[in-house]
Design a protein around this ligand. Structure first.
Ligand code: NIG
Ligand code: FE
Length: 412
């Protein structure tokens, strides 16, 4: 099946295959082609260029994109979209003055989601989660990472990871799975944290590896959750089972998680709402991608990742949603990009780089996703007619997407 898209007002994020991520000043540059064409063959990008160089092509389908902008589909490298029920009551509790931590300490938060998940059938959770997956595809996400971490039991964690696997089998979107058994200490282990960590390492990990249910290992490294020493222990165990670390660090406190992530060659370190100069320094010249989650900062009213300081220091940055029932009940990458511009003072070019190519890097898939490159996946957003790509973050509340293609398939 050959699809030709013609008269594209501007084709964004046109890259050479050799570029896997962009850092520092490079983030300010978004390579584009004005008045362009794009050729898709089956699930891949086959060719692109200026309209004036378009030779006669026998296409099965032609899409006229006059006035429209085309960009690679978003790469959302951090979500928790497999969950049961919701946490609306905690949302209202926070409006009434309770903090995220106070709610968690009363048995709400992650433990509340874990209770719901363990009480709900695999089939029912699959049904609830697929609605969210379909929603983010329509919003332009073409690759997503999904974490476990609401099971917190051997059965519950395996159940979550099987649901992620089934979603990956049933939908065209690329899905990477992350084992986040170390998301919180369950109530039964409150006085025996070592017992729970032993279960994560000695019971859960071997089963997950045996059934190839995860690509990455994650830990919530934070005061009242997992210490730096525990995080290191769990990352090391994951690495032995072939899982690269992608960890939650510096959401509320800077306790050394960034350094631990870098030491164990984490693919990404995520959240980073609170960054010290030492945290920024240690990330320089490493292969670890820092990931900011601005919708989480927005929803919890906590600080935003200091993107400007990090980019000025020469670091790369990726943007992701963190879609989950507690801290970020939204999987809208368009909102993430807009919020990064509005609240973190990222330029539209930086934000689009962060939400596409750098997001792909944070999932280990930048060879196949995140840019308009011959041979990469035909994952695209075609906008409605717009004046320029500045509209994407500027008109932050409008839906500017006309069509989404994932693996060459039109998403409806
Ligand atoms: O990334 N920070 C830890 N975990 C999730 C939220 C979990 C929850 O509240 O359910 C996050 O924000
Ligand atoms: Fe998260």
């Amino acid at each position: 099946m050959i699809t030709l898209i013609t008269n594209i007002k501007e084709l964004l994020q046109v890259r050479d295959t050799s570029i896997a991520k962009v850092s520092g000043v490079e983030m300010a540059v978004l390579p584009t082609i004005k008045n362009a064409f794009l050729l898709l063959q089956d699930n891949l990008i086959a060719d692109f260029g200026e309209m004036k160089n378009l030779t006669e092509i026998k296409a099965d389908k032609i899409i006229d994109a006059t006035g429209k902008i085309v960009l690679p589909a978003w790469c959302d490298s951090h979500t928790h979209i497999v969950y049961a029920g919701n946490r609306e009551q905690e949302f209202v509790d926070r409006i009434n003055g309770f903090t995220y931590n106070e709610i968690a300490n009363r048995g709400g938060g992650i433990l509340n989601s874990a209770k719901k998940l363990n009480e709900t059938s695999e089939k029912e959770i699959y049904e609830q989660s697929k609605i969210r997956l379909k929603e983010i595809m329509r919003l332009g996400t073409g690759a997503v990472e999904i974490k476990s971490g609401y099971g917190l039991t051997v059965k519950g964690e395996l159940k979550m990871l099987r649901i992620i696997q089934k979603l990956a089998q049933n939908y065209p979107i690329t899905i990477k799975a992350t084992f986040l058994g170390a998301h919180a200490i369950p109530l039964e282990f409150k006085t025996n944290r070592k017992g729970y960590i032993d279960s994560v390492i000695n019971e859960m990990l071997p089963e997950i590896a045996k059934y190839k249910l995860a690509d990455f290992i994650d830990v919530f490294c934070e005061t009242d959750y997992f210490t730096v020493a525990e995080t290191e222990q769990i990352m090391k165990a994951g690495i032995i089972f072939g899982l690269k670390p992608k960890i939650h660090v510096n959401q509320f406190n800077s306790i050394g998680g960034v350094q631990a992530g870098v030491k164990h060659n984490a693919l990404s370190i995520d959240h980073l709402e609170l960054m010290t100069t030492a945290d920024i320094e240690v990330l320089k010249k490493t292969a670890t991608m820092p990931v900011a989650l601005p919708s989480c900062s927005y929803f919890l009213s906590i600080p935003y990742t200091p993107a400007r300081e990090m980019i000025t220091a020469g670091l790369p940055l990726a943007l992701a949603t963190d879609y989950n029932p507690g801290s970020t009940p939204s999987g809208n990458m368009n909102f993430v990009v807009a919020t990064a511009c509005i609240k973190m003072k990222m330029t539209p070019e930086e934000a689009i780089n962060a939400a596409t190519l750098n997001g792909a890097f944070a999932m280990g898939i930048s060879a196949t996703h995140g840019s308009i490159t011959i041979g990469k996946k035909a994952n695209l957003i075609i906008t409605k007619p717009i004046s320029s790509y500045y509209q994407l973050p500027y008109a932050f509340g409008s839906n500017l997407i006309d069509l989404v293609f994932i693996e060459g398939k039109k998403i409806s």
